[in-house]
Design a protein around this ligand. Structure first.
Ligand code: HEC
Ligand code: HEC
Length: 502
């Protein structure tokens, strides 16, 4: 996790003028701007007209959720792994190299492949893809260690107080994240232990559901006592689709939906998270992570290399990853970089950045099914759209032509909302409080089972179905949640069909 380490560069909050320059600068070397390939647009042209209809009651639903780059390929278990349909031929080659970096399993230093070593010394996984399996979402373990492992999730750690840029203050010994793996000779930091409590819920029409409430602790501590004040945030890996489009939404468009004091009195406020951005060198609007705790994709990727895999990059150059000063043997372990260099060079991080920007959103299914259309109306009537903002237009000057000026349907406002005590992790992150979360994008959510083989939802994967995910909503979403629980069974079924069409 890079946030706690990027000290001392906080500047005034607000709009960053340097962002688009930085974006273009990073990618320009790989992919000089090229006009869109007309044939690709033509191939999906017949549905593109439907796309432009606004989502008002009874109107046709948008099918190209990710704009002209939407993938219209068969929505099978590879549905999240396709390049955007509007990439040029040259861009696709770049995407493929980026994909190889995403899948690469990094090895312990020293090794015979100097360009691929430097894993750890403490780490969570050897490859991005091990957590973001099939570019889809992670899941909680079936059982506590050693019966299962935490693969595809991580646990953020901090203690009360703030590091530079309002970043969480790392736990003094264990750092900003729990690494449950280590190279030979070093102890892993520990393991997450989860206890579940069942909460029965009654729904209108005689249906029932059972929510499972997790209670988390850390066991098998490898480096002595952990602070009694330590705060944990347990998070699953989110899906990787459409992220470049979310990055390309103009900041003004996101801020236009913010209503921090609930001036319109609808019970829904919505606040931006302002976070320190290593790539921009200033405080910027958070868009990524479950608490909108990261501003840009290059920040997120570099933080992941460092915190999750223990690899250094130009932006987060510590070759020892998340090892603290208190973990001296870890800091002294061999690493994969020659003096003054980093373990993953900028060419590779640029390919990876390209890949994380250009994974396509799959086309919507069953958009003209009357039940799905009715479900869309129920979604709006219940006030779900108050946070799950259906549509945005990306900026005209995005990092790539393929990302620019697209009508997209992510169903998120990218803002923070107080979701109540039930979902709270009690761990502030930037300006997000312990009970605030970023509205999760809903595009692609109906393909979770096909892609990932499970239906675990929410930041820690506690919900086992879409119904449970909605029933966990509280705080600003309490009225929407109660409306959902009070629906006639056929309306609730229609709402779920709508979610599954995304
Ligand atoms: C140990 C599991 C794990 C590994 C390994 C991992 N990630 Fe992640 N990734 C996560 C989790 C968990 C989050 C959510 C983080 C948060 O909320 O702070 C995340 C978030 C992201 C996001 C933001 C997605 C969004 O919707 O906001 C991107 C982009 C990303 N990871 C890219 C990468 C890349 C690139 C790598 C490899 C360098 C990588 N990840 C390695 C678990 C992992
Ligand atoms: C006040 C804002 C708000 C409202 C209103 C709201 N949501 Fe959400 N929704 C969120 C946030 C924030 C999350 C992420 C919470 C978390 O992970 O802890 C979320 C998560 C979800 C998820 C799980 C997404 C995932 O990736 O795991 C689903 C499904 C969902 N919402 C559906 C709905 C439906 C249906 C409604 C209307 C009945 C609704 N939401 C109303 C804010 C809202």
């Amino acid at each position: 996790m890079q946030a706690g380490k990027s000290g001392g560069r906080m500047r005034s909050r607000g709009r960053s003028n340097s962002r688009s320059a930085v974006r273009r600068g990073t990618v320009g070397r790989l992919a000089p701007p090229v006009a869109l390939v007309a044939a690709v647009v033509l191939a999906v042209g017949s549905v593109a007209t439907v796309q432009s209809a606004a989502q008002s009651p009874g109107s046709p639903l948008a099918v190209l959720l990710g704009g002209e780059g939407t993938s219209t390929r068969t929505p099978d278990h590879n549905a999240f792994s396709h390049p955007m349909a509007n990439l040029t031929f040259a861009d696709r080659a770049t995407f493929n190299i980026g994909n190889a970096v995403f899948r690469r399993a990094w090895v312990i230093a020293p090794s015979s492949t100097a360009s691929g070593d430097g894993l750890g010394p403490l780490y969570n996984a050897r490859a991005c893809q091990h957590c973001h399996l099939k570019d889809g979402r992670g899941h909680p373990p079936e059982a506590n260690f050693p019966d299962d492992t935490l693969l595809s999730m991580l646990v953020r750690l901090s203690v009360p107080g703030e590091a530079a840029g309002d970043a969480p203050l790392p736990e003094p010994v264990y750092g900003g994240q729990l690494q449950d793996l280590a190279i030979p000779g070093l102890a892993p930091e520990g393991h997450l232990w989860t206890e579940w409590t069942d909460i029965p819920v009654e729904l209108a029409g005689g249906e029932t559901a059972t929510l499972r409430q997790p209670s988390y602790s850390i066991v098998d501590l490898g480096y002595g006592p952990i602070s009694p004040d330590v705060m944990l945030s347990v998070r699953v890996a989110p899906p990787m689709i459409g992220l470049g489009l979310l990055e390309a939404i103009p900041e003004e468009a996101i801020l236009a939906n913010a209503d921090p004091d609930d001036a319109d009195g609808d019970g829904i406020s919505g606040r931006p998270n302002w976070v320190e951005s290593p790539s921009l060198g200033e405080v910027a609007l958070g868009r990524f992570g479950w608490k909108a705790n990261v501003a840009t994709l290059i920040d997120q990727n570099s933080g992941a290399f460092n915190g999750d895999i223990g690899m250094s990059t130009a932006l987060v150059p510590a070759s020892f990853g998340d090892c603290t000063e208190a973990q001296a043997a870890c800091r002294a372990a061999p690493h994969g970089a020659a003096d003054g260099e980093v373990e993953v060079d900028t060419q590779l991080t640029n390919f990876l950045l390209f890949y994380t920007r250009t994974l396509a959103v799959p086309v919507r299914r069953d958009a003209d099914d009357p039940e799905v259309v009715h479900g869309s109306d129920v979604f709006a009537d219940l006030g779900c759209t108050g946070c799950h903002q259906p549509t945005f237009r990306t900026g005209a000057d995005a990092a790539l032509p393929a990302l620019s000026d697209q009508e997209i349907w992510p169903y998120t406002d990218l803002l923070l909302h107080d979701m109540g005590e039930g979902l709270a992790d009690h761990r502030p992150d930037g300006e997000a409080t312990g009970s605030e979360w970023r509205t999760a994008p809903l595009w692609g959510i109906g393909l979770t089972e096909v892609v990932s083989g499970h239906t675990y939802f929410l930041h820690d994967g506690r919900a086992r179905t879409l119904t449970e995910a909605v029933l966990w909503h509280g705080g600003e979403a309490q009225a929407a949640r109660d409306g959902f629980a009070g629906l006639a069974p056929e309306d609730r079924a229609a709402l779920l069909r709508f979610l599954e069409s995304l």
